[in-house]
Every structure is written in structure tokens, then in C-alpha cells.
Design a protein around this ligand. Structure first.
Ligand code: 6PG
Length: 485
């Protein structure tokens, strides 16, 4: 058997098949393998017919077809199947060979797998792949991390098949060691949750607050997609609002039950933000909004019992639509600032050397959150790689100044009219908190010290010196130990 293939791919579900065809189109010879081998034959006789793709019916056969060092990419369900395939592959590989996990794996698993494989002389990459079926076929965003020595082995393949920015740069670059790639992909998904929630809140304000029809909202999204909000998610929302069932002529959107699903990557982002002590509030609200939406029966019951204001947003409709657009833009800036704060903290915690401009570039095209906006983030980090916070970059600070009045009006109207806008609201609260020199945490520290002798620092003493007050005269002077999570 000739060792001619550049890479093998295991897992012939739609993402796997499309990645193989994408690699094939770019001149690479791919071996396709699937646990249920009938899928291999089916793939070769349909989608891959006439291509250079080679089929394998066993791991042994697949491995023998590969050039050395061997490169094997897994496109299988995250979790146990990844570990099972790694174990099944190892007896057929030799040190220096590379296993790539292209699924939505949880980053702690990727860290564990990288350590395990590296300890035996193998190379490992955990890569985020975003953009759905279409992206996989014609240009995904790819976020690879793992064993640094593995990158030169796949750089050419990955960067060839990846989406390209308008400037022609591939939306794929090395992210960092062990779980860095999957961490960045997880954060991408968290931001995706945030963007989607913000758009849903804009939709609800227009629909419930202004009584706009789907056609009118479609027209608004057509306009929005021409400016600063130009993005894939605005574009698909525009199209969803215009879509009519060809058979019935009904507006499909209006027939969809209002309960959201989720597979967990948004939750992982929120859990990680809590673990790292980073206030990534907008993604958290976006996850909770999905949870609340899923409590449909409870909401139906409560809607008949709990009262609220009668909705009445008076005034110029067009002007309020513009307020909503600016509220969306400002909230989006906060969400991305929070996402990059999380990445920076994770980089410290897990010792990754993350390049934020490069991450923005990887998200610029190909992925679900692709947008013109990400081009501005890339530019901000390129202008100042040490930027402390995206909110402080001139471009975003300028936008926030410009959008602020509209943002506050949109949130106020929503609150006054009883329309829930958790993501708009939390973004504004974060913005006001972040720009506050003084917050009421002095009182909070006093309370902690009062009931538990947890001590506090003083404004007139150096940081790191702790004090306790005997608030009641009864507690004594013993204070609790110092630790902060
Ligand atoms: C992507 C997406 C994808 C994710 C879906 C579904 O980058 O192509 O993020 O990885 O699986 O968006 O996610 P939820 O089911 O959690 O909404």
C-alpha cells in the first residue's frame, strides 16, 4: 500500500465530509474513515465520487495510507468518542504522529489529552472549527491549539481551506498550547450566544414595543446590515424575517415555539468566567435567557397571574428604531470587551500566549460571529497589542459616546414598558460599573466584616493591609483568614 495521503479524517457526518471535500479542492489527498464503514462506501460513491479522496475500512488500512509523520483528524462527537478513537489509534501510530480533534470539545479535556499524548511522544491539536456545514465546505474559521511542533505539519492544509479576510489573510492561525484553541472556540460560541440574544431583544422591542410587522423589521435589518452592524447574524435575521413557507405562504418565524435549545458551549463560557472571576455578564444573561425561554409552561401560567405595565412606546417610531440599533451596537461592544477580558484572564491562568488581534482575525470571516465589527477589533489590537480593555480603544470609546443616549433611552423604554431586555440591560450596567471610580463595595466589605470578621482594606492605607472593626462592641478583635476566590 502506498503512503501517499496527506491527512486522514475520521467521522463522516456532514462537517467531516465537507472538510474532506474542502481539503480535496485545495489539492490535498485525504483518507476518509468512519466507524460504520458503509458510510465510507456511500461517501465515495456519492459526494466524493471523481475526487482524489481515498476510503479506508479499518484504522490499520487508514494509517498505512498516510505519509509520515501521520496526521489524523477526528470529526466525531465531543466527549467519550474522542478518547475512544485516541485509544484505538495509538497502537497503530509512532512517536511524532499527530492526532487532531476538530470537534467542540471542552477545553479541560483538550488540556488533558494534549498532556497525555505529548507524554508518549505524540503530537496533539484541539481545533475549533466554526461556520457550520457551509463553512466546513467552503472556508471555515479554524482555531488550532496544542503541541507547538504540530502546527508546521498542518499549517498549509488548515490555512488553505480556511476562510479569508477581505485583505486575503486566512481565518486560521496558531492559538497556543494544549487547550487554547478549544478555549477560544468556546469563547466564540459564548459571544455567539450574546450576539443572538441582543438581536432577539431588538426584535422583541420592535415587535412588542413598536408593533412592527415582520416586513418592517426586515427592512430595518436590511439597513442595519449596511453599516456598523454588518454581520452574518444580522444578515440571516433579515432573511428569516422575510421568509414565507412556500407551501402555505405563512411566515415561518411566527410559527416557531419560543423555547431555545443549547448544547452547552455558552454555559461552559459562563462557568469559566465565574471560575476566573471575570464579569462576563452578557453571555451569562444570554444563557439564562435561553433557560427562561425553555420554561414555557411556567411562563404561560405566570402570564395569567403576574401583572405588568401596558405597553405604550409613544413618539417617533423611526427614531426609536435607531435607538434600538445603537443600543444593540453599544451592548455588542460591551459583550466583545467582556469576551476578550475573559480570554486575557484565561491566558494568565493557563499560561497561554494569546494574540488578540489574531483571534479577531480568525473570527472575521467563516464563523458564525463573522462581521465587519471584528475587523475593527483586529485593528484596535494591532494598533495596541497591550490594549487593557476594548472599551478604551479610541474607535469603540467613540462609538460608546455616540450611542450612549440612544442606549439609555432604549433600555429605559423597555423597563418602563415591561419588555425584558436582559442583555441590553446588563451591558449598560457593566458599562456604568466599569467606568465608576467608586462602587458601593465599601458597604459590602463593612457588612462582611460586621457579620463574619472578614476584614477590609482602607482608602487611607496601603493595599494589602487588612483591618477589622468590632462593630457591636461584642465580637472581639479576632478576624477571619484572608482568601479570595
Ligand atoms: C459554530 C457554532 C457551532 C455550535 C452551534 C450550536 O461555530 O459553527 O458555534 O459550533 O454548535 O452554534 O450551538 P447551540 O446548540 O449551543 O446553540
Amino acid at each position: 500500500m502506498e503512503q501517499t495521503a496527506d491527512i486522514a479524517l475520521i467521522g463522516l457526518a456532514v462537517m467531516g465530509q465537507n472538510l474532506i471535500m474542502n481539503m480535496n479542492d485545495h489539492g490535498f489527498t485525504v483518507v476518509a474513515y468512519n466507524r460504520t464503514t458503509s458510510k465510507v462506501d456511500e461517501f465515495l460513491s456519492t459526494t466524493a465520487k471523481g475526487s482524489k479522496v481515498i476510503g479506508a475500512h479499518s484504522i490499520e488500512e487508514m494509517v498505512k495510507l498516510l505519509k509520515r509523520p501521520r496526521k489524523i483528524m477526528l470529526m466525531v462527537k465531543a466527549g467519550k468518542p474522542v478518547d475512544e478513537f485516541i485509544e484505538a489509534l495509538l497502537p497503530h501510530l509512532e512517536p511524532g504522529d499527530l492526532i487532531i480533534d476538530g470537534g467542540n470539545s471542552h477545553f479541560p479535556d483538550t488540556i488533558r489529552r494534549a498532556k497525555y499524548l505529548e507524554s508518549q511522544g505524540f503530537l496533539f491539536i484541539g481545533t475549533g472549527v466554526s461556520g457550520g456545514e457551509e463553512g466546513a465546505r467552503f472556508g471555515p474559521s479554524m482555531m488550532p491549539g496544542g503541541t507547538p511542533a504540530a502546527w508546521p505539519l498542518v499549517k498549509d492544509i488548515f490555512q488553505s481551506i480556511a476562510a479569508k479576510t477581505p485583505e486575503g489573510e486566512p481565518c486560521c492561525d496558531w492559538v497556543g498550547t494544549d487547550g487554547a484553541g478549544h478555549y477560544v472556540k468556546m469563547t466564540h460560541n459564548g459571544i455567539e450566544y450574546g450576539d443572538m440574544q441582543l438581536i432577539c431583544e431588538a426584535y422583541q422591542l420592535m415587535k412588542e414595543g413598536l408593533g412592527m410587522s415582520n416586513e418592517e423589521m426586515h427592512d430595518a435589518f436590511v439597513e442595519w446590515n449596511k453599516g456598523e452592524l454588518d454581520s452574518y447574524l444580522i444578515e440571516i435575521t433579515r432573511d428569516i424575517l422575510a421568509y414565507k413557507d412556500p407551501a402555505t405562504g405563512e411566515q415561518t418565524l411566527d410559527k416557531i415555539l419560543d423555547t431555545a435549545g443549547q448544547k452547552g458551549t455558552g454555559k461552559w463560557t459562563s462557568v469559566s468566567s465565574l471560575d476566573l472571576g471575570m464579569p462576563v455578564t452578557l453571555i451569562g444573561e444570554a444563557v439564562y435567557a435561553r433557560c427562561l425561554s425553555a420554561m414555557k409552561d411556567d411562563r404561560v401560567r405566570a402570564s395569567k397571574i403576574l401583572s405588568g405595565p401596558k405597553i405604550k412606546i409613544a413618539g417617533d417610531k423611526k427614531a426609536f428604531v435607531e435607538d434600538i440599533r445603537q443600543a444593540l451596537l453599544a451592548s455588542k461592544i460591551v459583550s466583545y470587551a467582556q469576551g476578550f477580558m475573559l480570554l486575557a484572564e484565561a491566558a494568565k491562568e493557563y499560561k497561554w500566549d494569546l494574540n488578540y488581534g489574531s483571534i479577531a482575525m480568525m473570527w472575521r470571516e467563516g464563523c458564525i460571529i463573522r462581521s465587519v465589527f471584528l475587523g475593527k477589533i483586529k485593528a484596535a489590537y494591532e494598533a495596541d497589542p497591550k490594549l487593557a480593555n476594548l472599551l478604551l480603544a479610541d474607535y469603540f470609546n467613540g462609538l460608546l459616546k455616540r450611542c450612549q443616549d440612544s442606549w439609555r433611552r432604549a433600555v429605559s423604554q423597555a423597563v418602563l414598558n415591561g419588555i425584558p431586555v436582559p442583555a441590553f440591560t446588563t451591558a449598560l450596567a457593566f458599562y456604568d460599573g466599569y467606568r465608576s471610580e467608586r462602587l458601593p463595595a465599601n458597604l459590602l466589605q463593612a457588612q462582611r466584616d460586621y457579620f463574619g470578621a472578614h476584614t477590609y482594606e482602607r482608602i487611607d492605607q496601603p493595599r494589602g493591609k487588612f483591618f477589622h472593626t468590632n462593630w457591636t462592641g461584642k465580637g472581639g478583635n479576632i478576624s477571619a483568614g484572608q482568601y479570595t476566590v
